[in-house]
Design a protein around this ligand. Structure first.
Ligand SMILES: Cc1cc2nc3c(=O)[nH]c(=O)nc-3n(C[C@H](O)[C@H](O)[C@H](O)COP(=O)(O)OP(=O)(O)OC[C@H]3O[C@@H](n4cnc5c(N)ncnc54)[C@H](O)[C@@H]3O)c2cc1C
Length: 437
C-alpha cells in the first residue's frame, strides 16, 4: 500500500517521515520550484515562510506544551529543530535554511519516500492521500478540493476577530444578554457611553495596520466581513449602526440603553473563550490590545488570539473533518497542516504528525488516535472539528481550548501554576492514552 502526500511543507514532511518510520511507502508531491506559492523563497522542504521562531518550549506556554506532546508522540521534525536551534532568549528559533536543508536531505535519503516535483491538480478519494498543501494551496488543487468537499467548504481568506478568555472579563461592567432579542442570554455585552465610544473610535482610526503581502493586495473581502477599521473609516457612527449597535441591549442593573455595545460570542464548547463580534481586523497587535483594553469590561482581557486578515486556504473542518484528521467524506482522505484550520508552525507540524500516524493506523485497520481535549493537540483537533461552529476561523494553540480544570480561586489567579497543572494533566493524559492503545 502506498500513500500520496500533497505538499512537502511542515505538515507534509512530518507526515511523510511518520509513515516511512512505519515502513509505509510514500509518494510525496511538492510543486516548488515548478510552481511557486508567492511566499516561499526556496525549493527546500519544510520551509519557514516568515519568522524563524517556533515560540516557546516551556510547558507553561501553550505552544511549548504542544511541543512536549509532539515529543511524546515521536515527532521526526522536532529533533531536527533542536539541532538547528540558535540563541533567541525564551523562544525556540532556528537557522531556517539549515533546518529545511536537513529535512530535505532526510526525506530524499529515505528509501520509503519517493519525491515528485510536480503540481498536483487533482486527487482520487479512492486512494490513501494526505492533503498538506498549506495556506497557499495552488488554485487548481483548491478547485478539486472544493469539488471533493462541496462548494461551501473551502475558504480563501482569514478574517479573524480577536478571541479572549471569559475569566478575564470584568462583569461589574459587562452583562449577559441575547443578541437583538433572539435566543437565550448567550452574549456577553460590553456597554460604552459616548465618551468611551469616542475614545475607542479615536484609537481605532489612528492605529497602524499590518502591511499586506503583494499576493494579498488584491484580496476582496466580503462586505459582511470587512475589517472593523475599514467600517470605522466610513464615518463616526457606522459602527453604532453596525456591529456595535446598542438598540435593545439594556443592562438590567442600570436600565440604561447605552451609546454603543461590543458583543462577545461564545467560541468553544466549554465557554471559556469568546470572540468579539464583527471585530475582524488587520491592526497591528499592540494596537489591537490597546483597543480591546479600552472597552469597558475588557480592561484586563486576556487575548488568546489576535485578529488577522490574510490569504489562507483552509477547509471548513467542523463540517468535513473528524478529530483524527480523517475526512468525513472519504476515509482515504486525511488533511494536515494549516489547511485544516490550525495555525502556526508548531501546530502545522503537530497535525502532520497526527495525520501521518493515523494514516498508518487506517491502512493497518487499527483504530485511529483521537486525543482528549485535556491535551493541547487533542484540544486543537477537537476545536477544528467541533460541528457547531457557525463562523469557523483558524486557531493556534492556547490554554482556553483545553477542557477546564477545577481549581480553587487562588490557584486560578496564579497563571503559571494553573498552566503547570494543565500541562501536567495533558502530558499524563497523552502518556496514559498511548500506553493503553
Ligand atoms: C505569508 C505567511 C507567513 C506566515 N508566517 C508565520 C509565522 O511567522 N509563524 C507561524 O507560526 N506561522 C506562520 N504562518 C502560518 C503557517 O504556520 C505556515 O504557513 C506553515 O508553513 C504551514 O504549514 P503547512 O505544512 O500547512 O503548509 P506549507 O508549509 O506552506 O506547505 C505546503 C506545501 O504544499 C505545496 N503545495 C501547494 N499546492 C500544491 C500542489 N497543488 N501540488 C504540490 N504541492 C503543493 C507548497 O509549495 C508548500 O511547500 C504563515 C503563513 C503565511 C501564508
Amino acid at each position: 500500500m502506498k500513500v500520496k502526500i500533497i505538499g512537502a511543507g511542515l505538515a507534509g514532511a512530518e507526515a511523510a517521515l511518520q509513515l516511512a518510520k512505519r515502513n509505509i511507502n510514500v509518494d510525496l508531491f511538492e510543486m516548488r520550484p515548478v510552481a511557486q506559492t508567492g511566499a516561499h523563497k526556496t525549493d527546500l522542504f519544510a520551509e519557514f515562510v516568515c519568522s524563524n521562531s517556533l515560540g516557546s518550549f516551556d510547558i507553561t506556554n501553550a505552544s511549548g506544551l504542544l511541543k512536549h506532546e509532539m515529543q511524546i508522540l515521536g515527532s521526526e521534525l522536532l529533533p531536527v529543530i533542536f539541532d538547528c536551534a540558535i540563541p533567541a532568549g525564551a523562544a525556540l528559533a532556528i537557522d531556517r535554511t539549515l533546518f529545511s536543508q536537513r529535512v530535505t536531505d532526510k526525506i530524499l535519503n529515505n528509501p520509503y519516500i519517493n519525491v515528485f516535483r510536480e503540481e498536483i491538480t487533482d486527487f482520487s478519494p479512492e486512494e490513501p492521500v494526505i492533503i498538506a498543501s498549506g495556506p497557499l494551496t495552488s488554485d487548481k488543487l483548491a478547485d478539486s478540493i472544493k469539488s471533493f468537499l462541496g462548494e461551501n467548504y473551502l475558504f480563501f481568506f482569514d478574517a479573524i476577530a480577536p478571541i479572549i478568555e471569559k475569566d478575564s472579563v470584568n462583569f461589574d461592567k459587562a452583562f449577559y444578554l441575547n443578541r437583538y432579542n433572539k435566543g437565550s442570554a448567550d452574549y456577553i455585552n460590553c456597554p460604552m457611553n459616548k465618551e468611551e465610544y469616542l475614545n475607542f473610535y479615536n484609537i481605532l482610526t489612528n492605529a497602524p495596520r499590518i502591511e499586506l503581502k503583494s499576493f494579498e493586495k488584491n484580496a476582496k473581502f466580503f462586505e459582511s466581513c470587512l475589517p472593523i477599521e475599514v467600517l470605522a473609516s466610513r464615518g463616526l457612527d457606522t459602527l453604532r449602526f453596525g456591529p456595535l449597535k446598542p438598540v435593545g441591549l439594556v443592562d438590567e442593573r442600570t436600565g440604561i440603553e447605552n451609546y454603543a455595545v461590543v458583543q462577545l460570542r461564545q467560541d468553544n464548547k466549554s465557554a471559556t473563550l469568546y470572540n468579539l463580534v464583527g471585530f475582524q481586523t488587520n491592526l497591528k497587535w499592540a494596537s489591537q490590545a490597546e483597543l480591546i483594553h479600552s472597552i469597558p469590561g475588557l480592561e484586563n482581557a486576556n487575548i488568546v488570539r489576535y485578529g488577522v486578515m490574510h490569504r489562507n486556504t483552509f477547509i471548513n473542518s467542523p463540517k468535513v473533518l473528524s478529530s483524527s484528521l480523517q475526512s468525513k467524506i472519504s476515509p482515504n482522505v486525511f488533511f494536515a497542516g494549516q489547511i485544516t484550520g490550525t495555525e502556526g508552525y508548531t501546530e502545522s507540524i503537530a497535525s502532520g504528525l497526527l495525520a501521518g500516524i493515523n494514516m498508518s493506523r487506517f491502512i493497518n485497520d487499527k483504530p485511529l488516535i483521537e486525543l482528549s481535549s485535556d491535551t493541547m493537540l487533542g484540544a486543537l483537533t477537537h476545536y477544528i472539528s467541533f460541528p457547531a461552529h457557525t463562523n469557523f476561523q483558524p486557531i493556534n494553540s492556547n490554554w482556553g481550548i483545553l477542557s477546564p480544570i477545577d481549581l480553587d480561586k487562588k490557584i486560578k489567579k496564579n497563571k503559571k501554576l494553573k498552566n503547570e497543572l494543565l500541562a501536567n494533566r495533558a502530558l499524563n493524559s497523552i502518556k496514559d492514552y498511548l500506553s493503553n492503545l
